[in-house]
Design a protein around this ligand. Structure first.
Ligand code: B12
Ligand code: SF4
Length: 295
């Protein structure tokens, strides 16, 4: 494919709300990533997120998601809105949870780009995914030259930091790939020590059973008192391993209208220490990620 076609497709990401875009050649993930993923599952670090144990073959080889896939186009969307949550809020809510549902925003953009690709290149097939599909999004974002996987396991970009969402588009088109991104964490370990529950078993490895984000977003049913690590003031999600990251000092607020903070119509209910069903929590209920749609 001529390089002007590559530039054209990547420019569509900008037109449809993404701040950065890149491309990687599709293959199964590399051996160390495969081993890291399987060991993560073996050690039970997925907690009750059963969807992480399903479709493992697809998660490790995107060609099974789109037969004949040659390229993965990855878009990054800055969602940084400093100053959230307001200090008068009774419990802490992750920055992204005070905004419109990013799945809808990113999928809308990716769908438009996919439509344009198929219109311009009728031989091309496409597939899109945001968060819920069995795809290692951070791995592909790193391969596509958009950032590196930090010790807190988040994708970090030198100018956008880690306040970004990732969206992926697979296509059968062969597009010139970007070089993978380097690692700029250096000797810094601030995220590891900032985690109030000690959820990092080692750099790059998160035990969800100890992660506040898991407990307040993903966990269903009662909190098991013997394993529940506490929420340290958070009631929906957690940003502690991001706010301390020095790379997040250089970020700029997002201009994306969908990610501007939504004023609370009613304050979120503070977290109750007694066993509680998270489905009944006020915060984020209507903005909850569409996990029931996960494959
Ligand atoms: C399951 C999940 C969770 C779980 C588990 C998190 C986790 N770290 O795995 C929970 C509920 C805890 C969670 C929390 C959050 N999540 Co989440 N989550 C996912 C999901 C669906 C899958 C992630 C996954 O594959 N985990 C499996 C583990 C094994 O993968 P991994 O941690 O990436 O590990 C890999 C690397 O670390 C690497 N590795 C292992 N060892 C080593 C060693 C070295 C040296 C290196 C370089 C690499 C390396 O190999 C591993 C296998 O690929 C993705 C969407 C997707 N489809 O990818 C979103 C996603 C990762 N989440 C996202 C977000 C925003 C969050 C939160 C910030 C939300 C919040 N504010 O509360 C927190 C952050 C917590 C954290 N530090 O990760 C974004 C991250 C965007 C970004 N810039 O990185 C994603 C990509 C969704 C999206 N589309 O934007 N999440
Ligand atoms: S999101 Fe919070 S609890 Fe989870 S690893 Fe990061 S700092 Fe720890």
């Amino acid at each position: 494919m001529p390089s002007n076609a590559r530039d054209l497709i990547l420019s569509w990401f900008k037109e449809h709300g993404f701040d950065r875009a890149g491309c990687a050649r599709v293959s199964s993930v590399n051996a160390s990533t495969k081993a890291a993923y399987l060991s993560w599952l073996d050690r039970g670090y997925q907690a009750s997120m059963g969807y992480m144990t399903r479709n493992v073959d697809k998660r490790l080889d995107p060609c099974l998601l789109l037969p004949g896939a040659k390229s993965v186009l990855v878009g990054l969307s800055n969602y940084c809105t400093p100053g959230r949550p307001p200090s008068n809020q009774p419990g802490k809510v992750a920055m992204y949870a005070g905004q419109r549902d990013y799945h809808k925003t990113l999928k809308k953009g990716l769908k438009k780009i996919a439509d344009r690709i198929r219109a311009e290149f009728p031989e091309a097939d496409t597939w899109i995914g945001v968060d819920t599909a069995p795809l290692l999004e951070r791995y592909w974002a790193q391969q596509a030259g958009l950032g590196w996987i930090g010790k807190n396991t988040l994708l970090i970009n030198r100018s956008l930091g880690s306040w970004t969402f990732i969206g992926c588009l697979l296509t059968t088109l062969e597009i010139e790939p970007d070089p993978p991104y380097g690692d700029y964490c250096g000797s810094c370990t601030r995220c590891l020590s900032a985690c109030p529950t000690g959820a990092f078993v080692e750099p790059h490895v998160l035990d969800s059973r100890k992660c506040i984000s898991y407990w307040t977003i993903e966990h269903r049913g009662e909190f098991e008192q013997n394993t529940f690590p506490g929420t340290h003031g958070w009631i929906f999600g957690c940003d502690d391993c991001q706010t301390v990251c020095p790379w997040n000092r250089f970020t700029n607020p997002t201009g994306q209208p969908d990610f501007q903070p939504i004023p609370w119509t009613r304050p979120p209910r503070p977290f109750r220490v007694a066993p509680v069903d998270t489905r009944r929590m006020g915060a984020g209920g209507d903005r909850h990620r569409a996990q029931e749609n996960r494959l």
